[in-house]
Write a protein that binds this ligand. Structure first.
Ligand SMILES: Cc1ncc(COP(=O)(O)O)c(C=O)c1O
Length: 425
């Protein structure tokens, strides 16, 4: 089997050849095996993977303990579709134990579903329609949050009146939030935010930004939603909210929670969440919600993350990558910034302040592409799309990262970013 004919055939049956718009990348490789830190393609090549399927693979691909627990569980029960599941209760208890905002938990299958339920619930609780989000953040594919930086719908067919109720503000701009609340506070149901903006790489919240959101929303009866679909479990068992010491009303979780199996969750304040139960007025349902296989994967994943040293290891590998990249670009004199948090890193091809999407417009997109393609050619898989974050997992080793840094130095040397005298342009 080889990648190219398979990719061509894929396009014959699947629109554009992929089942998720973000999966269409160049080179268009077909991956056939994943294990630990490695991805193998249909052409027999092996890559150290930092894409991590957009984030879920926190323990590494096909983690034996996770897969064993899934196999054991689905050997016992697939899906009953009535009443609660034994493991589902155990997992909900774990989330309540770990995530500061979680008094109640509802499981669904994707981050998009979780944010959709969160926004509907916020609208029900407040009797208001508008939603504030931030440019450069991503919260899934539904109409309320699928708007571009200018607030326009990003998909044909999106209901224009839904997008018209979404206000897209600059990340880290608390004044803009206060202005919006001043002007339309009585109409705003929710503020939804990625507590670290990982959909534009790694843009950290400015000191006081999250706390300011908490205070402003609380003062105006607006529901604060932390979308922790990326940050949850990747940065800590309590999510970034536990690190920041700011507790939102609602939290959405997904991706790393089940290390690659489809599971997401909405959790939050009991008085809000209880409106979602069968006795409440907010409708939540789903045939596959809390599928025992995914729930077992999440319990196994959390069990491993609870072991002492897990996060220290993830953070130390992430730091090795970031400081290594920073050293390389400094040595080569390339205008670039190695940013990141915990196990996530990104190399931005720009310098100066990075606080919002506008700052990232200075990124040298061509150089970003060339660097990523150079890395893939050398067997290190960074998603070949500018600004996309890279992830390390517990399956990566220090020597994997050393090898990646060595490749990065060569890829950058060959990228044309340096001047002939060795200093960057
Ligand atoms: C922060 C955030 N929220 C929500 C989503 C949507 O999750 P899903 O792709 O599982 O629907 C994503 C996906 O990338 C995300 O990064």
């Amino acid at each position: 089997m080889i990648s190219e004919p398979l990719a061509v055939e894929a396009a014959r049956y699947i629109p554009g050849g992929v089942s998720s718009a973000y999966r269409r990348v160049e080179p268009n490789l077909v991956f056939t095996r994943a294990a630990g830190a490695c991805l193998h393609d249909a052409d027999g090549n092996c890559y150290i993977d930092y894409h991590a399927a957009f984030g879920p693979a926190l323990l590494g691909h096909c983690h034996p303990e996770v897969n064993r627990r899934v196999a054991d569980t689905i050997g016992e029960i697939d899906l009953a579709g009535a009443g609660p599941g034994e493991l589902e209760v155990a997992l909900a208890r774990k989330l309540v134990e770990h995530v500061p905002s979680a008094e109640r938990v509802l499981f669904c299958n994707s981050g998009s579903e979780a944010t959709m339920h969160a926004i509907r619930l916020a609208r029900a609780a407040t009797g208001r329609r508008k939603v504030v989000m931030f440019q450069g953040c991503y919260h899934g594919w539904h109409d309320a949050v699928l708007v571009d930086a200018d607030g326009r719908p990003r998909s044909a067919g999106a209901h224009p009146s839904v997008a018209a109720d979404t206000i897209a503000l600059r990340y880290n701009d608390l004044d803009a939030v206060r202005d919006a609340v001043e002007r339309a506070g009585g109409e705003i149901a929710a503020v939804i935010v990625e507590p670290v903006a990982h959909n534009m790489g790694v843009v950290l919240p400015r000191e006081g930004f999250l706390r300011g959101l908490r205070e402003t929303t609380a003062a105006h009866g607006i529901v604060l939603i932390f979308d922790e679909v990326v940050t949850g479990f990747r940065h800590g068992l309590g999510g970034y909210q536990a690190i920041a010491g700011v507790t939102p009303d609602l939290t959405t979780l997904g991706k790393a929670i089940a290390n690659g199996f489809p599971l997401a969750a909405l959790c939050g304040r009991a008085d809000l969440m209880d409106r979602c139960g069968p006795d409440g007025d907010v409708f939540v349902a789903g045939t596959f919600n809390a599928h025992p296989g995914s729930v077992a994967a999440a319990l196994a994943t959390i069990g491993i993350l609870e072991q002492p040293g897990s996060y220290e290891m993830l953070f130390s590998l992430g730091e090795q990558m970031r400081s290594g990249l920073a050293g390389i670009v400094e040595r080569l004199g390339i205008e670039a910034t190695a940013a990141g948090f915990g196990s996530i890193f990104v190399l931005y091809f720009l310098s100066g302040t990075i606080e919002n999407y506008d700052d990232l417009r200075r990124n040298d997109v061509d150089l970003d592409w060339r660097f990523r393609r150079g890395m893939i050619e050398r067997g290190h898989y960074l998603l070949p799309v500018p600004l996309k974050r890279g992830h390390v997992s517990l399956a990566h080793t220090e020597s994997d990262i050393d090898a990646t840094l060595e490749a990065a130095e060569r890829a950058l040397q060959e990228s044309g970013a340096m001047r002939a005298d060795g200093a960057g342009e």
